[in-house]
Design a protein around this ligand. Structure first.
Ligand SMILES: Cc1ncc(COP(=O)(O)O)c(C=O)c1O
Length: 396
């Protein structure tokens, strides 16, 4: 084909597939303003306010949990959960290397050792067989991450945790409303954590929560998040070491308002994601992540597909991403592997080949707000990928 017969790629100065932006994030309205005003005017901006407690009740119900505890952010939520489980010096905690650094840094903060294991090559979630291989007599906990919002294999992980008597802490930072076999994630394990940081599907700028069905773990988390006080105890009676990890009333007010939109937005993301998967499955060279059959609901905080450079005549993933962005599709390569971050001082179990391939050569991420678009918006993503594929020689 002559260059003149080909469609010029946008990165080479051609016309982009789209110039219209995807839906912006966050979405907000009058209710956020009304509830914030209510907090300001009440004069109770922190301890003693009604918003945090109300949000905790609603969020626990949303995630099929007995308790939810609202904290300042997701990273602290993991730290509180680890401390409540009694994890500390000399203990090992197994987690994937393919996750945000905030999954691992709390393990280091409590003086335990992160043990990084590989992910499944098709789902990018922690590989349960790699978890089992990494267990030693020092192992105390597993932190599976529900990457992009897809629940990890909770059946196998629960079985492993029970066999070796390990605490199971779900990192559900990205998995609001996600379900494993009909049950919302978070309190399937001993404890689960969520993030409400600004990019998240449920967002208040910064925020986090711990959910659990366990009375004792809840009591401990509450105490640790509130300066070591006892639940229902006196204000200046501190019975253990704790921090101030409390969420403010302002954060909770925003979350209460945002909760109203969550169901509709979640449905839209999932509908669009399923449509995108159907269409991308017909395009060679890109493969949507596999969805496990027991994932009955997926938050699609991210839509991740695998880019196979061999099908694009060897064009690197990073160059592909540049070309896709130029066509008007916002996308990114995502994580770099945590096991390569020396300051985490982790132990690596196995070769983590799938993690390295995902991070350096394969993963392409679309953010959740892209999935709030229309069918035509989804079609434009497919069109842009096909355009690059058909005209890849312009980039070689
Ligand atoms: C998988 C995962 N774990 C932990 C965190 C930490 O949450 P936060 O940013 O609220 O501290 C995040 C969010 O950024 C995350 O995506």
């Amino acid at each position: 084909m002559m260059v003149s017969d080909m469609e010029k790629l946008a990165i080479k100065g051609g016309k982009p597939v789209r110039t219209k932006p995807f839906p912006s994030w966050p979405v907000f309205g009058e209710k956020e303003l009304r509830l914030l005003r209510e907090v300001v005017e009440s004069g109770v901006w922190g301890v003693g306010g009604k918003m945090k407690e109300k949000f905790e009740r609603k969020f626990a119900e949303l995630q099929d949990a007995k308790y939810a505890l609202a904290v300042a952010n997701g990273t602290l939520a993991i730290e509180v959960a680890l401390r409540a489980a009694g994890i500390g010096k000399g203990d090992e905690v197994i987690l994937p290397s393919y996750t945000f650094v905030g999954t691992a840094s709390p393990v280091v903060y409590v003086n335990a050792k992160p043990v990084f294991v590989d992910i499944d090559p098709e789902t990018y979630c922690i590989d349960p067989e790699a978890v089992e291989k990494a267990v030693t007599e020092r192992t105390k906990a597993i932190i599976p991450v529900h990457v992009a919002g897809q629940p990890a294999d909770m059946d196998r992980l629960t079985e492993i945790a029970e066999t070796y008597n390990l605490t199971l802490i779900e990192d559900a930072a990205q998995a609001h409303c996600s379900e494993w076999d009909g049950r919302r994630v978070g309190a399937i394990g001993d404890m689960g954590i969520f993030s409400f940081q600004s990019s998240k599907n449920l967002n208040c700028g910064e925020g986090g929560a711990i959910v659990t069905n366990d009375d004792e773990l809840y009591r401990l988390c509450w105490s640790i998040h509130n300066c070591g006080r006892e639940l229902g105890g006196e204000w200046y009676r501190h019975v253990r070491l704790g921090g101030n990890c409390r969420m403010t009333e302002f954060q909770a007010a925003i979350l209460l308002a945002q909760l109203d939109r969550l169901e509709e937005q979640s449905r839209r993301r999932e509908e669009n994601a399923l449509y995108l998967t159907e269409r991308l499955s017909a395009v060679s060279g890109v493969e949507p992540l596999k969805r496990l059959p027991k994932v009955t609901r997926h938050s699609y905080h991210l839509y991740i597909f695998r880019y196979l450079e061999s099908e694009f005549e060897g064009l690197s993933r990073d160059r592909f991403i540049e070309a896709l962005r130029a066509e008007g599709i916002p996308c990114s390569p995502g994580y770099t592997p945590l096991h390569r971050m020396d300051f985490l001082n982790g132990r690596v179990s196995g070769r983590l080949e799938n993690t390295e391939r995902a991070c350096y050569r394969e993963a392409v991420w679309l953010k959740q707000n892209v999935l709030l678009g229309t069918r035509e918006d989804m079609d434009s993503i497919v069109e842009a990928i096909e355009k690059i594929r058909e005209n890849v020689s312009q980039l070689l």
